[in-house]
Design a protein around this ligand. Structure first.
Ligand code: FLV
Ligand code: FLV
Length: 405
């Protein structure tokens, strides 16, 4: 028993330090909770008090889709969390519950249609080609993060948003600081405030915005009185920052996973039609983040996995744990391109399900297929233990990914 456990307390509060983990190692704290097959209580490094932690696949789906668990009620409360600061703006779609959530989501979804995706795909492929031309020209060894995983997702989401080229370096800087626990509360909050000021300005100058951009769509929704300016800015900051950062890191992790699973990589080269399935399995397998993200608050007493969560209590759900639930995934710790069906929860579940899932899939496919096609001998330029990972990250990803070919 640890210091926080006692026989009289069936739900001890465990401190989850969520320290940096090596490579793509699955968090041992999370693995223990997966094995327990029930809900438990945790305290994270920031915020106050403790929260329930839900890890089973069915329980995660339940908590993230049942309206008795509210995101709105997290606002203004200092719920225990990994980050020193709160990432979304108070009026952002991530903190909304239905029916307000539905209204905000619709405004944001206007730029995540199949038509927009079809428009972005050839541009993304051209950007990838151009970036890899430059990498090839420079010659091996090269850092794939600098050459591909950093610039491509930034370009794609900025195209979608309508952020001009000249402003993109600033976006990259704000995003890095906003989506990290390494800079401290004040610095990360300042990045959020500056990003919000940028988009407030952009959305109120919409005469100059491309009509087919998300910024243009949001400005229209504000003018039409469908969403407030603050709500539109909340959407813009979340889409711009998360869109670039999540894909940067997740796709970097995917490539690292392939380079350290040479048989899987060889098979993908031999069977290119396997790519969509391989991307799904990599999405399931890659531990996208450290610990957990945004909590929910129970609005009434609700039973989850045989335990009653009381009204007002905070709940964290772990999609990573759900993705390793042996009740749903056979040999869950193995990377298996033949897995099918593969109902992973890597894009979340319920009303807050990732708006950019198909965009992220498209970008990952472009990254993997371009690398496989152009670099038949691609491999790490250093021993795998020497690849360095971002410290105090929320979303896990390589710092640099030195490759040769
Ligand atoms: O990792 C987190 C995060 C990522 C993100 O892209 C958007 C967010 O709002 C969050 C968040 O709120 C908490 C995280 O830990
Ligand atoms: O893990 C979370 C997350 C990841 C991400 O890439 C984008 C996000 O918006 C989030 C989030 O809002 C909450 C998470 O837990």
């Amino acid at each position: 028993m640890t210091a926080t456990e006692s026989a009289a307390e069936p739900h001890p509060v465990r401190f989850w330090a969520a320290a940096d983990l090596p490579g793509l190692a699955f968090d041992p704290f999370m693995a223990e909770r997966v094995g327990e097959r029930t809900i438990s209580r945790v305290r994270l490094p920031h915020g106050e008090g403790h929260a329930w932690l839900v890890t089973r696949y069915e329980d995660v789906k339940f908590v993230t889709s049942d309206p008795r668990f509210s995101r709105q009620r997290v606002v203004g409360r200092s719920v225990t969390r990994l980050a020193p600061h709160v990432i979304p703006l108070d009026d952002a779609v991530g903190f909304a519950d239905p029916p307000e959530h539905t209204r905000l989501r619709k405004a944001a979804a206007r730029s995540f249609t199949p038509r927009v995706l079809d428009r972005l795909r050839p541009r993304a492929q051209r950007t990838a080609d151009r970036l890899l031309d430059a990498m090839e020209e420079q010659g091996p060894p090269a850092d794939l993060m600098t050459h591909l995983h950093d610039p491509l997702p930034l370009a794609v989401i900025s195209d979608l948003m309508g952020v001009p080229e000249t402003d993109r370096p600033r976006m990259a800087q704000w995003t890095t600081v906003l989506l990290s626990a390494a800079y401290g509360r004040e610095v990360s909050e300042r990045a959020k405030t500056e990003m919000a000021a940028y988009f407030t300005d952009l959305l109120t100058r919409h005469g100059e915005l491309p009509g087919d951009s998300l910024a243009g769509e949001l400005a229209e929704s504000v003018t039409a009185g469908v969403v407030s300016l603050d709500e539109a800015v909340g959407i813009a900051v979340l889409v711009q920052a998360s869109g670039a950062h999540a894909v940067r890191n997740n796709s970097g992790n995917m490539v690292y996973a392939l380079l350290t699973h040479p048989h899987h990589l060889a098979r993908l080269r031999a069977e290119p039609t396997l790519l969509p399935q391989a991307v799904e399995e990599l999405l399931r397998f890659v531990p996208h983040r450290n610990a957990v993200g945004i909590a929910r608050i129970a609005t009434e007493d609700v039973e989850v996995g045989g335990v009653t969560i009381r009204a007002g209590e905070a709940v964290h759900a772990s999609y990573l744990s759900a993705n390793r639930d042996p009740a749903v995934f056979d040999h869950p710790d193995e990377l298996d391109f033949d897995r099918g069906p593969n109902p992973h929860l890597s894009f979340g579940h319920g009303p807050h399900f990732c708006l950019g899932s198909n965009l992220a899939r498209m970008e990952s496919e472009i990254i993997l297929s371009s690398l496989i096609t152009r670099f038949p001998r691609l491999r790490l330029a250093v021993p795998e233990e020497q690849v360095t990972w971002q410290r105090s990250a929320l979303i896990r990803g390589p710092e640099t990914l030195p490759v040769t070919w």
